[in-house]
Design a protein around this ligand. Structure first.
Ligand code: ADP
Ligand code: MG
Length: 419
């Protein structure tokens, strides 16, 4: 891709509304723009990161036999009445009426819709287990949307649901999702931990959360040496933090803060029972289906990754999620057609080697271009100017290093092996 058809929307000044680094850097680098409270537009750059995360999520879920579907965002309230959550769910559920005075809500989560889906098609134990997921926009009318996409009202979530004839089968699937989640967060190259958690509003009987460790996290985690731990969600009042520190020092655990990026639940029959999702067993007896549900906050993962990876110049993407692997920066090409041709050849070479490259063909000084790509956080910057074009070399500037190096086009082949 070239910057001439991939607009770069970097900004120099610090956005006044941003309290945490990830929010600040997402705005400055041109990943997101605010529409209104808790609502953000994803610009091309931000969406490229989302896309990389989604690919990894899809690969790992497909590996455990989970298939993708897509459910409607707007949900009729009769399903929510059946499950009992129309009354239970608080003001986070945004409710409204259509022109026929029928009541609806924007989907904050999809247990009701998917339970209704399955009861239309499920009859026998022979069809079970079934594993389905979607990646879609969710809406929660959060009381305090903050930190940009970290806690927003509209956000992208991957939600998976599993259906079983026995608790052994549910346990087995739950363990598979746990493994898939570990693979996902490892592949994303995040520093994360899994903790026992409270099932909260969604209900059920066992649940675990996945947290990215970061000082700006909203949750407190008490971790033992193996990084297994419990999650204590409390208000961030100073004295409570001190109490937790006391508990930590008494028990030999470590107190950390985390950003919840994933949450898995064994739901059991919480939805199948009231909504009558049943199957017939070998003896033609009707039973309630057992369910599990598994969420990942895709858009929150972007912010969490930045909280773990930045410096004074900007974002430092782990290569798993970097919007591009290489920024190819041409300089002085207006004055010299050879430079343009050489840069174009390098660009073709990168593409032919399967390297995800952005070719910066803007008419700007090297310093300005470097500043942009360092802010955006691209791991490799390849500079092509007069010297490089004459010598048929490339100047490499790695995001994490200060010095530049001269490399040959062999470097491109090395990169392609790492894709
Ligand atoms: N307001 C939000 N903004 C961004 N991501 C969210 C938001 N609420 C939830 N998520 C993400 O979706 C995942 C699944 O949601 P869930 O566990 O049901 O939410 P919660 O823990 O807020 O009750 C969470 O682990 C989190 O990563
Ligand atoms: Mg949760």
């Amino acid at each position: 891709m070239k910057t001439s058809d991939f607009p770069v929307f970097t900004v120099k000044s610090d956005p006044s509304e941003a309290e945490v680094m990830s929010h600040k850097l997402m705005i400055k680098s041109g990943m997101i723009r605010k529409l209104s409270s808790g609502q953000y537009t994803w610009l091309p750059l931000g969406l490229k990161v989302i896309d990389k995360i989604q690919k990894i999520v899809r690969v790992e879920l497909n590996k455990i036999g989970c298939r993708e579907i897509l459910m409607p965002l707007v949900q009729p309230n009769d399903l929510w009445k059946e499950s009992g959550r129309w009354e239970e769910y608080g003001p986070e559920l945004l409710r409204f009426k259509d022109r026929h005075e029928r009541e609806f809500c924007f989907g904050p989560t999809f247990e009701e819709v998917i339970t209704d889906l399955l009861r239309q098609d499920l009859s026998s134990y022979k069809q079970l287990p079934i594993n389905l997921f979607q990646i879609s926009t969710k809406f929660r009318d959060e009381i305090r949307p903050r930190f940009g996409v970290m806690r927003s009202r509209e956000f992208i979530m991957k939600d998976a649901y599993s259906f079983h004839a026995s608790s052994e089968c549910l346990d087995e699937s739950y363990a598979k999702y746990m493994g898939a989640y570990k693979n996902i967060f490892n592949a994303l190259m995040l520093n994360f931990t899994m903790v026992d958690a409270d099932s909260g509003n969604i209900g059920g009987n066992e649940s675990h959360e996945f947290h990215v460790i970061a000082d700006t996290g909203e949750d407190y985690l008490l971790l033992d040496n193996s990084l297994n731990g419990m999650n204590i969600e409390i208000a961030k009042e100073r004295y409570q933090e001190e109490d937790l520190e006391k508990i930590a020092s008494k028990t030999g655990m470590t107190l950390k803060r985390g950003i919840e990026v994933g949450h898995i639940f064994k739901l059991g029959t919480k939805y199948s029972k009231p909504m009558r999702l049943k199957y017939t067993d070998e003896n033609s007896k009707m039973n309630d289906v057992l369910m599990g549900c598994y969420g990942i906050g895709i858009s929150r993962v972007v912010a969490a990754a930045i909280e773990q990876n930045y410096d004074g110049k900007g974002i430092i993407w782990p290569k798993s999620m970097s919007p591009f692997q290489v920024a190819l920066i041409e300089i002085d090409s207006k004055k010299n057609n050879d430079i343009k041709n050489y840069a174009n050849n390098i660009y073709e070479d990168l593409i032919n080697n399967g390297v995800d490259v952005i070719y910066d063909d803007r008419d700007l000084k090297l310093g300005n271009k470097l500043t942009d790509w360092e802010l955006i956080g691209i791991p490799n910057m390849l500079i092509v100017g007069k010297k490089e074009s004459d010598d048929k070399t490339l100047t490499l500037k790695k995001r994490e290093e200060d010095e530049k190096h001269t490399v040959t086009s062999e470097f491109i082949k090395d990169l392609s092996l790492k894709v």
